[in-house]
Design a protein around this ligand. Structure first.
Ligand code: ADP
Ligand code: ASP
Ligand code: MG
Length: 464
């Protein structure tokens, strides 16, 4: 069986949904499980409606929910011909939007918005889109069956960024999805959403539908995980920053996970791990150009002579500089630092150390004050905000001379606060000011990919 995940722009309107149905129909002999996102922009609209309600702007919240309702009605009316199905879907959509309005009203009255409520609200996007697409498939004559992801993707209760509980999911997926596949059904389910062991709706974090696809692929032993999106595959850089970006035909799990982690939005950072564990290839494809070959992400791609494969960047980074003379010749100092981050559940991305100082970066600042207070018990702490990471990735980088020189020449007048040659030896990361990041990516892209070093590995966007 295969997993086919369709992102927000792939289901943004009736035309896009028809496309999705065509693509799934082509693959129907491979036993697809279809994972769908909310229609593009829906999750943002839902979360901002909740925020508006919290600020007491209930009318604005209701207006944006009404617009969302109308977008769904327009899609389903243009996708589905059978009048009774259209009526049923309109009623269902109305009911869910009305529930949301009530929820927004209570948020406004109570003046409280918990992460748990945010997940309940955000989940409606995927629940609405999946409802429409499954009916569209049935009308096409496909044996589609909707499975509520909340019955399958069981998570912990860290609402808004819940972690999947694989022990449970192995069983739930086998109990709910496997029998349908054995009966030749095409299973359609929602990305992004799940539920706790107590049955409370949770989400895997923004962009989490990719992760849902990988989790299902792993527990169902898929032969392939397809991520259908709005670009040709994994590109040499974010095309919105470097318009000359080229598509990579193939890259390794390691390269893809570094890129995803350091900001290439095309894949959610956790996507690759379940695929790696079971060695399932991930293919990133363009739903607007389904005949293009996409990018293959595999364990061991053929060796190439190209040192740098892609550049990623991530804004909103905070640097914490920790200084202490006590560190000199002492042991246990790093342990005390990391135990503060551990205690406050704050992940650290990059670390650089000297004899008396440690610099590190975080992107989750929700507990920054507590972290700083904890560190100040034994060190001097300085915090620098509005920084960015630029990350240059390629498996042959460590064995190619001159890459660092090219990076620093390209960025000669851009100040780098931290430089880290990743321990995995496949990336080099620089911390720079946020306002310099687009310029840095453009220059690095020009240096390494314009013109592209080896056309066997890359493809111009738009080629079939
Ligand atoms: P979806 O809704 O299908 O999940 P996303 O918007 O989450 O799509 O991800 C696709 C977007 O990721 C692209 O439109 C592109 O702008 C952005 N992106 C950033 N870096 C890269 C990269 N290296 N390769 C491809 N796309 C990238
Ligand atoms: N709809 C969710 C989001 O916008 C999940 C996803 O699209 O992957 O974050
Ligand atoms: Mg995405």
């Amino acid at each position: 069986m295969i997993i086919m995940k369709f992102g927000g722009t792939s289901v943004e309107d009736a035309r896009a949904m028809k496309n999705v149905i065509d693509i799934v129909e082509r693959e129907r002999n491979r036993t697809p499980v279809v994972v769908v996102s909310a229609i593009s922009g829906a999750t943002n609209t839902l979360l901002s409606a909740a925020e508006l309600a919290l600020q007491g702007k209930i009318e604005e919240a209701v207006t944006s929910l009404n617009t969302l309702y109308e977008r769904h009605v327009l899609i389903l009316e243009n996708l589905i011909d059978t009048r009774s199905t259209v009526q049923m879907l309109i009623l269902d959509t109305r009911r869910r939007i009305d529930e949301l309005k009530h929820l927004c009203q209570s948020i406004a009255v109570l003046g409280e918005l918990t992460k748990r409520s945010l997940d309940a609200i955000a989940s409606v996007g995927e629940r609405l889109s999946s409802l429409i697409i499954v009916e569209g498939m049935k009308e096409r004559g496909l044996p589609a069956e909707l499975v509520d992801a909340r019955k399958v993707i069981i998570t912990d209760d860290q609402f808004t960024s819940a972690m999947p509980l694989f022990n449970y999911i192995e069983d739930t997926a086998k109990a709910t999805i496997q029998p349908l596949l054995e009966n030749k059904k095409i299973v359609v389910t929602q990305g992004f959403i799940g539920s706790t062991t107590k049955g409370i709706t949770s989400t895997l974090g923004r962009g989490g539908s990719d992760y849902s696809a990988a989790i299902l692929g792993s527990v169902l032993n898929a032969e392939e995980i397809q991520i259908w999106t709005d670009v040709d595959g994994v590109l040499t850089a974010d095309p919105r920053i470097a318009p000359a970006a080229k598509k990579l035909k193939i890259l390794s799990f390691k390269e893809a996970s570094e890129l995803a982690y350091f900001g290439a939005r095309v894949l959610h950072p956790s996507t690759i791990l379940p695929a790696v564990k079971k060695n399932i290839p991930v293919v990133v494809l363009n739903s607007q150009r389904p005949n293009a070959s996409g990018t293959q992400i595999v364990a061991n791609p053929p060796r190439s002579n190209v040192a740098v494969k892609a550049i990623a960047s991530k804004k909103g980074i905070t640097v914490i500089n920790i200084q202490s003379m006590r560190m000199l010749m002492a042991y246990g100092f790093l342990e005390s630092i990391f135990s503060v981050f551990g205690k406050h559940k704050t992940p650290v991305d990059l670390v650089c150390t000297s004899e008396v100082a440690v610099s590190l970066t975080i992107d989750n600042t929700s507990r920054l004050d507590q972290v700083v207070a904890g560190l100040e018990e034994f060190a001097e702490v300085t915090v620098y905000e509005q920084k960015a990471i630029v990350c240059i990735v390629g498996e042959q980088m460590h064995s190619t001379a001159g890459v660092a020189d090219r990076i620093f020449r390209a960025l000669s007048d851009i100040n780098a606060m931290m430089i880290s040659q990743g321990a995995s030896e496949i990336n080099m990361s620089l911390v720079i000011n946020e306002q310099d990041v687009n310029e840095a990516v453009k220059r690095l892209h020009a240096e390494f990919f314009e013109p592209v070093p080896e056309m066997a590995l890359f493809e111009t966007i738009g080629e079939v």
